[in-house]
Ligand binder design. Structure first.
Ligand code: GTP
Ligand code: SPV
Ligand code: MN
Length: 586
């Protein structure tokens, strides 16, 4: 196989000359090809078979112990000027980055197969979709891209028709963390990643293309590329609302996207559209619509069980690639929070010993095609996407952030999103549990200056009168002993119902300086073992802490420079700080 598109052929030839692979394989995306990839990896030991009776077509990959998560400090945005990338990104001048990467890629694929992976992010026939080609020397990446994206011959046909595509060059390299870089050249529609075979570092269609490069394109073209799940909520009366929700990495997107309605809400149905990324466009009527550019899930394994998420549990019982989980004595995958079986081996292949830490790495992942998900919506293939009724932002906050609140309007909602704080998780290399600002859950993923990004968000009301309402959620409040105050998972639908009722003008709320909150009894807690006192806590505004938080947010904005931070955002921040200060005094 090859291509009729000169730009693609030339690039493949150039990369071949630079990296010197022994073989080139053009991926057609067929099932037969997937099986060959798997068989090869079983032979080379990149994968091992899991128990095929209990877990048909499930395989285990154990990564290098130094390569277990995204590396934010080694991800760069290489725009012409540093100011375009903004203080929110690592920056390198394109010329310097090219020199560095060319040296690292020289001969990097010697003796290996280079896979040419054409992929389409979004439905094949959607005007909102965008294509890319990833060149990689990793069969694991090729197999994951098959599960995660619309990959192969049909994508190549669209690329040849359109003539433009995002170029992604990846090599596992020698995995030396000192020679690991993930470079983005938004102006060249180019990504280069070397030295990691893991997740968002290596599956270039995901964070690198669908967020970092796409956010840059989206700003120029008038749309939004966001770190959001998309979910449809159908009430017993058949009314369906679609919501998009941004939560930082490992803060509950996959689980919310596949939520199972609690027993107390019979007749409700939940449809998964996407679990990680949403591309949002205004249609001709001014309605905000979303597509999911991906077609598979790369999800956190630990914590998945019958109680937290039966859908996900069933979904990963077949046709799944597991990365860095443990195993039972009879070779079933095992992870912390799996409420059955016992670990015999850990994620490094050693005999399980609690002294070595958890059996499954906290950032261990499953890769599955979206079609494995019993609640997957047919509308994921709709070229026009789904209409969005509400946008949610949130984080992982032990304290301060209430269960839910509603922004006063779009402009205030942008402040709510921009000021999100969240405790860090194992999804990125670094310390866990430290609160950091993660505006719109895009701190690691916005491909340009946050100041300009907020300006872009704020420009939407100039183009339509019918924007969705914006909310903030937090499922992670704890008591002093570290117990979660809110049951979470399926029970989150109770909160989503309040949100929908607010959208429809049917639910009551109290006005506070930070926005509209439910009264403690506005959230239906029928059948839950939760006290009135806890509900009061979850729906209270801690004026003292909020004052400090939003006051500090002003200092954070200063980092982005006066000429970049939109005046409107400043005004919102000052308005809320003033309201908090007045409320505090009274
Ligand atoms: P990325 O794939 O990194 O973007 O993560 P994500 O946002 O999709 O997070 P995910 O749904 O995989 O959840 C991450 C962790 O949080 C898992 O261990 C879940 O079990 C846990 N979690 C998810 N939802 C809830 C919830 O409502 N309450 C509590 N307490 N934990 C949750
Ligand atoms: C995230 O970290 O937000 C993920 C996992 O979704 S990764 O694909 O590794 O970026
Ligand atoms: Mn994510």
């Amino acid at each position: 196989m090859s291509t009729s598109l000169p730009a693609l052929k030339t690039w493949v030839d150039e990369v071949t000359a630079l990296t010197n692979p022994a073989k080139i394989h053009w991926c057609d995306g067929s099932e037969a090809e997937y099986q060959v990839l798997i068989d090869e990896m079983l032979k080379t030991g990149v994968l091992s078979e899991l128990n095929q009776e209990t877990h048909p077509r499930c395989y285990l990959h154990l990564s290098d112990p130094s390569d277990v998560a995204r590396v934010e400090h080694l991800a760069y945005v290489c725009t012409e000027t540093q100011v375009e990338a903004g203080p929110n990104n690592n920056w390198m001048a394109p010329g310097e980055a090219h020199r560095k990467m060319d040296a690292l890629f020289e001969g990097a694929m010697a003796g290996r197969t280079m896979y040419v992976i054409p992929y389409c992010m979004g439905p094949f026939d959607s005007p909102y979709s965008r294509c890319g080609v990833e060149l990689t020397d990793s069969a694991y990446v090729a197999a994951n891209m098959k599960l995660m994206t619309r990959m192969g011959a049909k994508a190549l046909a669209r690329i040849e028709k359109e003539g433009t595509f995002v170029r992604g060059l990846h090599s596992t390299g020698d995995l030396d963390p000192d020679r690991r870089f993930i470079m983005h050249f938004p102006q060249e529609l180019l990504i280069q990643s070397i030295g990691s075979g893991y997740g968002g570092n290596a599956l270039l269609g995901k964070k690198c293309h669908a967020l970092r490069i796409a956010s840059h394109q989206a700003r120029n073209e008038g749309w939004l590329a966001e770190h959001m799940l998309i979910v449809g909520l159908e009430s017993p009366d058949g009314e369906t609302h679609y919501i998009a929700c941004a939560l930082p990495s490992a803060c509950g997107k996959t689980n919310l996207a596949m939520l199972i309605p609690p027993e107390s809400m019979p007749g409700w149905k939940v449809w998964t559209l996407g679990d990680d990324i949403a591309w949002l466009h205004l249609d001709e009527e001014g309605q905000l619509r979303a597509i999911n550019p991906e077609s598979g899930f790369f999800g956190v394994v630990p914590g998945t069980n019958h109680k937290t998420n039966e859908n996900a549990f069933q979904m990963i019982a077949h046709d799944t690639i597991f990365t860095n989980v443990g195993r039972t004595a009879d070779n079933q995958p095992w992870w912390e929070g799996k409420d059955e079986g016992e670990p015999a081996f850990d994620w490094q292949g050693r005999e399980y010993d609690p002294a070595n830490g958890p059996a499954a790495h906290p950032n261990s992942r499953f890769t599955v095609a979206a079609s494995n998900n019993p609640s997957y919506s047919d509308l994921t293939e709709a070229p026009e996407g789904v209409p969005i009724s509400a946008i949610l932002f949130g984080g992982r906050r032990k304290r301060v952030a209430p269960l839910v609140y509603e922004a006063r309007n779009w402009g205030h909602g942008v402040l709510v999103g921009a000021s999100v704080g969240s405790e860090t998780t194992a999804a990125m290399i670094g310390e866990v549990g430290v609160i950091r600002r993660d505006p719109m859950a895009m701190k690691p993923f916005c491909g340009y200056n946050f100041g300009e990004y907020w300006r872009h968000w704020l420009s939407f009301p100039e183009r339509t009168d019918t924007l969705p309402k914006i909310f903030h959620v937090n499922w992670f409040r704890q008591d002093d002993d570290g117990n979660f105050l809110w049951p979470g998972f399926g029970e989150n639908l109770r909160v989503l119902r309040w949100i929908i009722d607010r959208v429809e003008g049917r639910a009551d709320a109290k006005e506070t300086p930070i926005g509209y909150l439910p009264h403690a009894d506005d959230i239906d807690t029928t059948g839950l073992d939760i006290s009135d006192e806890v509900m009061e806590t979850l729906t209270a505004v801690d004026l003292e802490h909020w004052y400090t938080e939003l006051d500090h947010f002003g200092d954070y904005l200063d980092e982005f420079g006066h000429e970049h931070v939109p005046v409107r955002l400043r005004e919102e921040q000052k308005r809320v700080v003033k309201a908090l200060s007045l409320a505090r005094a009274s």
